[in-house]
Write a protein that binds this ligand. Sequence first.
Ligand code: NDP
Ligand code: OXD
Length: 309
Amino acid sequence: MSTFIYKADPARGQEWAKVFARERADVDFRIWPDIGDPAQVRYLAAWEPPEDIAQRFPNLQVVFSTGAGVDQFNLKSVPEHMPLVRMIEPGIVEGMVEYAVFSVLALHRDMPAYRRQQAQSNWSPIQVRLAQERRVGVLGLGSLGQAVLARLRSFGFDCAGWSRSQRSIDGVTCYAGQAELNAFLARTDILLCLLPLTDETRGMLDARLFNALPRGAGLVHAGRGQQLNHADLLAALDSGQIGDAILDVTHPEPLPADNPLWRHPRVWITPHIASMTRPDTAAMAVLDNMRRHENGEPVIGLVDRAKGY
Ligand code: NDP
Ligand code: OXD
C-alpha cells in the first residue's frame, strides 16, 4: 500500500482524510508527523515541506503544494525528476475573486476615505465615478489573475493585465515583460498584485513602480509579502502618490506590533485570508493529479523549475 503524507493544518487534514477514505481506500493517508514507514511514502502534500525530502522518503514520486504558491519550497531540495505540483482548485480561485472584487470596489467607491470621515463625524460626499471610468490593472495573468479580471470586467471596469509572456484575454488589454510594465502602470488607477514570489518579483512593489502609477492610485496586494517594499509604500502613501493600500500579505506574517503599517490611516491589513485552500475541493484536485500521474498523463499545476512558479 502506498502512503500519502499531508503536512499542513491538521484540522483541514482531517477533511482530506475523509475524502481519501471515500475515494482512494487503497492509499494509506497520514497526517504529519505520523509518517509510518518512510519507504512506503509515494506522495507528499505540504505547506511547509520537511527538510531532506528525498533522503527522508526514498520512494517519493510526487510533491504537492497545499497552496497555489510554491515559494515556501526550496526547489533545489526537490529532485529534478520529481514533479512539484502547485494547488489549482476552485476554492482558492473563488476566494480570491471575492477578495479582489471586494477590495477593488472598496477603493473604487472611496470606502477607506468614508471610514476616515466617519471617525471625524464628517459627512462629505465624494463625486461618484462609474466603473467604466476606472482603470484596473492586475499584475499576474495566471489562474487567479484571469478569474479576477473576468469578474471585474462584468462591472464594466477598464481592465488590463501584465504577465511575463504575452497573453490574449477577451476584454483585457494585455501587457508583457519589463518593456511594457511602465505603459501598463501609467494607465492603472487601481493596481492588484497577484504575482508569484520569484527572484524577479521579490521587492518589485517599490518606489520606482509606485512612481510609474498615476498620482493617488490604489494598491491591493494579495501576492506575497516579500514583493512589497514597506518603506517605499509608506513614503508613497505619505506623499499621496498611493492613495490607499489594502494588504493581504506582508513580510513577515504577522507584522510586528510596532510596524507602522498597522496604524497607517491609509492602510487596511488582512491576515493572508484573500483565499484559502478548501479541503474538500483541494483533496479532489490532488486525487485527480495522482490518477494522472499513475496513468502517465500530464499533471495540472506542474511547477516550472526554471521560472520558479
Ligand atoms: P500562476 O502561476 O497561474 O500565474 C502567475 C502569473 O504571474 C502568470 O501570468 C505569470 O506570467 C506571471 N508572472 C510570474 N512572474 C512574472 C514576472 N517576472 N513578470 C511578469 N509576470 C510574471 O499563479 P496563480 O495565479 O495561481 O497565483 C499567483 C500567486 O497568488 C501565487 O503564487 C501566490 O503567491 C498568490 N496567492 C495568494 C493567496 C492569498 O491568499 N493571498 C492565495 C493564493 C495565491 P505568465 O503568464 O507569462 O507565466
Ligand atoms: C496560497 C496562499 O498560495 O494561500 O495558496 O497564499
